[in-house]
Design a protein around this ligand. Structure first.
Ligand SMILES: [Zn+2]
Length: 179
């Protein structure tokens, strides 16, 4: 099958790690002795999760507007399963675009949790070498090879969407050569 559940697992981790204490109320009935106010980071993560879900929903609905996709799952981490279920009847191109989106979000979730090493698992789309480095300031993965530069002589760098597109295309190619 094309794609896997990595993005879903990461989204679940993100929810658990960064948003759980929001839900833990005092619960003992006493009045507001809340000692920990929600950290800005957690609110930012909640925003990111909602934005990710909204993007998947929009993408899924746009993929086939003739068939209303119905209500979205209450649990955000089920959104990828929901998207696959509602686009499974579409052509290969749509499936590929959906998987690239899911995969790209998986990379984003990992980076949000501080794991920027996920970009290293992809060869540079420009020169095919390994060792891409995440550049937080520009939100791109840069190639470490001296000769892999753009017209201005700067290291070539790639958006996560580009890495995801290439990754899913390779996965598809492997799948079709295996059959
Ligand atoms: Zn390169």
């Amino acid at each position: 099958m094309l794609g896997d559940n990595t993005a879903e697992q990461r989204l679940r981790l993100l929810q658990a790690e960064f948003t759980q204490h929001e839900r833990r109320g005092p619960g003992d009935g006493r009045t507001a002795t809340r000692t920990t106010s929600p950290a800005p980071l957690n609110l930012a993560v909640i925003d990111r999760i909602s934005a990710a879900v909204a993007e998947v929903v929009e993408h899924t609905r746009a993929a086939d507007w003739t068939r209303p996709a119905g209500p979205t799952p209450a649990d955000a981490s089920r959104i990828y399963a929901w998207a696959r279920e509602h686009t499974a009847h579409l052509d290969a191109e749509h499936q590929q675009a959906r998987e690239a989106l899911i995969y790209r979000q998986g990379l984003e979730h990992a980076i949000t949790m501080g794991d920027t090493t996920v970009v290293r698992k992809h060869p540079c789309p420009g020169c095919g070498c390994w060792g891409l480095m995440w550049r937080p300031a520009v939100q791109r993965a840069a190639c470490p090879m001296r000769y892999c530069v753009d017209d201005d002589g700067l290291s070539r760098s790639w958006q996560l969407a580009t890495l995801a597109h290439h990754h899913i295309a390779r996965q598809l190619a492997r799948k079709s050569s295996a059959t």
